[in-house]
Design a protein around this ligand. Structure first.
Ligand SMILES: NC(=O)c1ccc[n+]([C@@H]2O[C@H](COP(=O)([O-])OP(=O)(O)OC[C@H]3O[C@@H](n4cnc5c(N)ncnc54)[C@H](O)[C@@H]3O)[C@@H](O)[C@H]2O)c1
Length: 384
């Protein structure tokens, strides 16, 4: 079956501001680590006013606003914030388990949503968000800012150029050797807050990098295994001096999966927060006419430190073409926020639409179902 090329229509290169005539009123739900990146980027926009913030930890939202000299009301309950302060949109920066409840409530109350990644914990929640979005007529953009990196966009351009021919195999993931994220917040390792570990934190980026490049074909089946050997071992926290985290650890720290995608594409995926290995390999996109090697590092996060290479044949001989690294100095957070605002102003499609990220979430959901059942599972995505 052919890949739906219409998925290529989203233009993620938009950098130019389309300024709103009246200030857009923005609220922030969840004022932990990443909310600071949202707020700083909003403050760079001349047509934005931060009108409220909220965090379920008493006093945290007040402190957050005060740090930036913003005079606006702070709340503990996001419903109270949405109900009492008129606004156009919210940034949802809460931990994963609360993405769905906050997004659905905001949409039901007529607000546009910039939702942090991963979209949700389960596929059911992702479907709920998509349905609420459709019903509301508002937009939800999911927080995959690496898509705005010029090198990342080059991957998609290379695939779209036809240089690789028909893509039939992809290997992606990479991952970290020692990188369980407990230095700024321990919410990432607790199941009742994060719900997902390495797969939801960084695996979703690797999936987005390659799926976006090939037009987000539908996933059909998943065979996966997620494990927690590193997270459960106190020795894994030696560098951060937090051995007690091993007790708390209740998510995945490593996963591998074999995914069949519509259009006869195989996706071979691995991700790690902790492993006794430097990398699980570069990202490889292999097609009938050429192959693209993307150096592992944290490229899925928009951090490229080596050039990509295209492997192809010239007059029957194998040759390699190096794609020079692009360092345009642009700020991915400013682009992420601006592209969201531009879509609100123009009534355009969300820069990172839920129609695509639903498939990302369906793969994640499949990995955990397959891991629990010990066998391959079919991916069934309900109509939105
Ligand atoms: N795009 C990126 O580069 C990026 C980077 C880091 C984290 N994230 C994502 O951002 C989200 C938050 O991560 P973080 O590092 O800021 O975590 P964090 O633990 O530092 O902050 C989360 C905050 O949300 C608050 N919160 C949770 N539920 C709430 C609710 N219902 N109402 C109000 N406040 C609530 C918590 O009290 C906490 O202060 C996660 O989903 C994570 O995956 C994205």
């Amino acid at each position: 079956m052919a890949i739906d090329m219409n998925n290529f229509s989203t233009d993620m290169t938009e950098k130019k501001a389309i300024l709103s005539e009246k200030k857009l009123r923005i609220g922030i739900i969840g004022t932990g680590g990443i909310a600071h990146s949202h707020l700083k980027a909003y403050m760079h926009q001349p047509d934005v006013e931060i009108v409220a913030a909220c965090d379920l930890i008493p006093g945290k939202a007040e402190k957050f606003l005060a740090e930036y000299g913003i005079e606006a009301p702070a709340f503990v309950d996001f419903r109270e914030m949405v109900d009492s302060v008129p606004m156009d949109a919210v940034s949802i920066c809460v931990y994963n388990r609360n993405h769905c409840v906050c997004a659905v409530y905001a949409l039901e109350h007529g607000l546009h949503v910039l939702l942090e990644k991963p979209m949700s914990v389960t596929l059911d929640e992702a479907v709920e968000i998509c349905r609420a979005e459709k019903k509301s007529g508002k937009i939800v953009s999911v927080g995959f800012q690496p898509r705005l990196d010029a090198n990342m966009q080059m991957i998609k351009k290379i695939v779209e150029s036809g240089e690789l021919g028909k893509v039939y195999y992809i290997q992606t993931g990479g991952g970290r050797r020692h990188g369980i994220p407990v230095s700024w917040s321990e919410t990432f390792i607790e199941n009742d807050k994060a719900g997902l570990g390495a797969v939801g934190d960084i695996g979703c980026y690797a999936l987005d990098m390659v799926l976006n490049a090939i037009g987000y074909p539908k996933p059909l089946t998943v065979t996966g295994r997620a494990t927690d050997y590193g997270g459960k071992d106190p020795a894994s926290y030696a560098e951060v001096g937090k051995p007690e985290c091993a007790e708390k650890f209740s998510v995945d720290d490593f996963a591998s999966a074999y995914i069949r995608l519509e259009g006869d594409v195989i996706l071979d995926f691995r991700i790690s927060w902790y492993m006794h290995m430097d990398t699980t390999g570069d990202t490889l996109i292999i097609g009938t006419k050429g192959g693209l090697r993307i150096p592992s590092t944290e490229c899925w996060n928009g951090s490229f430190d080596k050039p990509m290479t295209v492997y192809h044949d010239m007059a029957g001989k194998p040759v390699q073409t190096e794609i020079p690294l692009i360092k345009d100095g642009s700020d991915l957070w400013d682009k992420k926020i601006r592209s969201f605002l531009n879509a609100i102003i123009t009534g355009g499609e969300a820069p990172v639409p839920t129609s695509q990220i639903l498939y990302n979430q369906a793969i994640i959901d499949g990995i955990f179902r397959s891991s629990a059942l010990g066998r391959e599972v079919a991916v069934e995505i309900p109509e939105i």
